[in-house]
Design a protein around this ligand. Structure first.
Ligand code: SAM
Ligand code: FES
Length: 347
């Protein structure tokens, strides 16, 4: 086992069979600890012990799509819908800037109200007020032309998880969406010049280790600047309400393998990971993650962006995320880095 981990650390690639072997047989604590340790070593080579902070603004929970796992899916009649105005978004940025954030991540459901003109107007306003900040958009599938317009207006990065590289699983989970189009979008984003984030969920119903091997090799080929992975967590008003959630252990193993395959990647310890275990984000960082995205959305809408049950940082404590997460990062032995935190090759 250790030989394979060492080989992955040195060469950043193994055969598909060997990756599958790792996923099937990483059961002993000492092997798993060794994997996490090598992943952290790999992260330190490029990023030291730095953890890059992004301020997340969830600007709309309207969505035209119907992903089976997602609490803000169009068919969920129990979702209490909101959409932030330009002014409210700017207020979030102002608060974020006051707290020292140099990256704003604007995420939303695929909300047709936010057409290209409105997105462009929002970007222009943010850029005018915060010209030195990086803007990340995570707003789903758009045409090449729309992505190009956002980029030309100043959006630096785009997050679009591929969700799973199993075409059959993807199609089962995403009615009226196309696997091919999702992948095409990621390729377009790269061609345009964005720092691109792909990624997948861990523990989707029916997902196998063979599927993860395909996810990992797709990521290796795409070579994105960021990879977002997190456990699938059921949401009570979705068709997957009664399914099992993904595990902390499997997510952390996959985080480490991703770090070893793509050593320079920016890798968040996600909110979903922190939601399945109180120490989830710290354990993610110890497995090779190096980004955290505290929530900057107005406190009164946070519980409405309910992608899954038990989401952290939505209650009374939410106004203090910055201090809370900083303390956690530092006590876990890392350094909070408030710079833009661009990918190593884009500095
Ligand atoms: N609409 C954009 C998109 O499609 O990329 C961004 C918003 S979408 C809600 C953000 C991410 O939430 C998805 O990429 C998905 O991986 C994650 N997500 C949604 N439902 C989830 C669940 N039940 N458990 C864990 N993650 C979930
Ligand atoms: Fe939000 Fe701790 S990070 S409450």
């Amino acid at each position: 086992m250790k030989n394979l981990i060492d080989q992955l650390y040195l060469e950043h690639i193994l055969s598909k069979d060997d990756i599958l072997f790792l996923l099937n047989n990483l059961t002993k604590i000492e092997d798993v600890d060794y994997l996490h340790k090598k992943a952290r070593d790999a992260s330190q080579i490029y990023y030291d012990d730095n953890v890059y902070m992004r301020g997340l603004i969830e600007f709309t929970n309207y969505c035209k799509n119907d992903c089976l796992y997602c609490g803000i899916r169009h068919s969920n009649k129990f979702a209490s819908r909101y959409r932030l105005s330009e002014l409210e978004i700017l207020e979030c940025c102002e608060e974020g800037s006051r707290l020292g954030y140099k990256t704003f991540v604007l995420q939303g459901g695929e909300d047709p109200y936010y057409n290209d003109d409105r997105i462009l107007s929002m970007i222009k306003l943010i850029k005018e007020s915060y010209p030195d900040n990086a803007i990340t958009l995570s707003f789903g599938e758009k045409s090449y032309e729309s992505y190009k317009k956002y980029y030309d207006a100043g959006v630096d990065r785009y997050l679009l998880r591929h969700e799973t590289y199993s075409k059959s699983l993807y199609e089962n989970l995403h009615p009226n969406m196309s696997f091919e189009n999702r992948i095409e979008c990621l390729k377009n984003l790269k061609t345009i010049g964005y720092q691109v984030g792909a990624g997948f969920m861990v523990g989707l119903p029916g997902q196998t280790n063979e599927d993860f091997v395909e996810d990992l090799f797709f990521l290796k080929e795409l070579s994105p600047h960021m990879v977002g992975i997190g456990p699938f967590i059921p949401q009570k008003d979705t068709p997957l309400a009664n399914k099992e959630k993904g595990t902390l252990e499997k997510t952390c193993i996959l985080l480490s393998i991703i770090r070893l395959m793509l050593p320079k990647v920016l890798l968040p310890a996600t909110t979903a990971l922190g939601s399945i275990n109180p120490k989830g984000r710290e354990l993610g960082l110890k497995s090779g993650a190096n980004v955290v995205m505290p929530n900057l959305s107005p406190v009164n809408v946070r519980d409405k962006y309910a992608l899954y049950d038990g989401k952290i940082c939505t209650g009374d404590e939410a106004a203090h995320c910055r201090q809370c997460i900083e303390k956690r990062i530092e006590s876990a032995g890392f350094k909070v880095d408030m710079s833009r935190g661009d990918h190593f090759d884009r500095r």
